[in-house]
Design a protein around this ligand. Structure first.
Ligand code: ATP
Length: 232
């Protein structure tokens, strides 16, 4: 499996706050990786680096072979992103919202209807987003992230606030993406929820990577800090 994301010895601070310290990790094609850590651990900062929204202070970041912070980042089109607490214009319908993003991303508009079906919003497509539940908005966010069949998907705490049934259907879609060969990065606080869903887990604590392996491998590591071990 080829490497789609390479992060080598990356350090990133915001003023005096060190968000990431000497962090290295690699993600591959067809791999679902969980990025796990407590609040403030640095998960969103890593995602922002991969999107090219912030620059590292040192170290290198490559997404599909390119530097995301470079002016010309052609691979941006192949990157899908679902932010934490996604928000939309409540006055637009689901279909109008996705059409807007499809135009922005220069993706054929023909894919809008099928994507809405895929995330289970086919029947609600013409209702205003203001009438959607949190779970429906999250699914719309996922549809937006899936526009253009991205090779790398970055999902920032995608299941927070979803009920168990919605979580299950969310993970079913993630499994399909994995089968399509996409690299999926899921950030989360809850490692237990990701059992059987992620091929690998990367745990960050205070900006440092403290573990990287399958859930079974991580269970056997004694030196994880207690607060993190509790969630294993
Ligand atoms: P959460 O689970 O709460 O989203 P996280 O693991 O995603 O947390 P980050 O958002 O990456 O963590 O934050 C890492 C550290 O960097 C935290 O201490 C945070 O307060 C700090 N930080 C993040 N963004 C900024 C910013 N724009 N300016 C200053 N400090 C920031």
């Amino acid at each position: 499996m080829s490497e789609t994301v390479q992060v080598v010895a990356v350090t990133k601070s915001y003023g005096n706050v060190k968000a990431l310290t000497d962090l290295s990790c690699v993600f591959r094609e067809g791999e679902t990786v969980a990025l796990v850590g407590h609040n403030g651990a640095g998960k969103t900062t890593l995602i922002k680096l991969l999107l090219g929204l912030v620059r590292s202070d040192s170290g290198t970041v490559r997404v599909l072979g390119e530097d995301p912070a470079a002016g010309q980042f052609a691979a941006r089109q192949q990157l899908g992103f679902l932010p934490e607490n996604v928000s939309f214009n409540m006055a637009l319908s689901g279909r109008e919202t996705l059409t807007f993003y499809a135009r922005l991303k220069r993706v054929p508009l023909a894919s809008v209807g099928s994507l809405l079906e895929r995330v289970g919003l086919g029947e609600a497509a013409d209702r205003r987003v203001g009438t959607y539940s949190k779970g429906m908005r999250q699914r719309l966010g996922l549809a937006q992230a899936l526009l253009g069949r991205p090779r790398v998907l970055l999902l920032d705490e995608p299941t927070t606030g979803l009920d168990p049934a919605l979580r299950r259907s969310f993970y079913e879609i993630v499994a399909e993406l994995r089968a399509d060969g996409a690299t999926v990065l899921l950030s989360s606080h809850a490692l237990t929820e990701l059992e059987g869903k992620a091929d690998r887990v990367v745990i960050v604590n205070r900006g440092r990577k403290i573990a990287d392996g399958t859930i079974e491998e991580l269970r056997s590591i004694a030196r994880l800090p207690t607060r993190v071990r509790v969630t294993l």
